[in-house]
Design a protein. Sequence first.
Length: 200
Amino acid sequence: MTKKRLDRDSKWFFQGFPYYQMRMDTDAFHGLVSIIELKAGDYMFWNMPKAGRAPVCGQDMLWLQLIPDGQHRAITAKFLPPSRTVQGVAYDKSVSVWYVDVIDSWGYDEDQVVWFRDLYLDVIFDVEGDVVVDDHDELDAAYRSGELTEAQYQMALAEADAIVDELCADAAETQRWCEHILALAMERMERQDGVFRKNA
């Protein structure tokens, strides 16, 4: 299993961007919340079957990352800039795409940044109705090699099914939920209320 950090300092190389992290306990959400403000960078797109070219990172985008209590998932909502116009194309949705990692566990590194252990399986979706369950082959290979136990393998499959049922079935509602959590987090950032900051 790969260890990933929420400041995305490897692969994405976001370590120089403002990063905020907090524990949240509200009616809307119980768990870990983090925000990365992408202050620079060229736009990168994923090609989705229905939505077409979906921006996933680039200048002035924002990544909201959620690790809910009692679940085995790390949710990343990739928010467009406030103008919602990217490279001359107008987007009318706040979140361009969601990427949800199925995870085994999570914790804190010595510098207090949260990490998680990736269980290979991912669910990618958007408000246009695209739903892609990705890297099933990697999950199967890890199980066959003995890297994963039967319990971990079955848990990953069950968690992916739950993500599809709970988050993808009504993506518009998931968007409203993420926007609400983001608003609560931004208020706390303004008040500096229990927020860990890095490069901010």
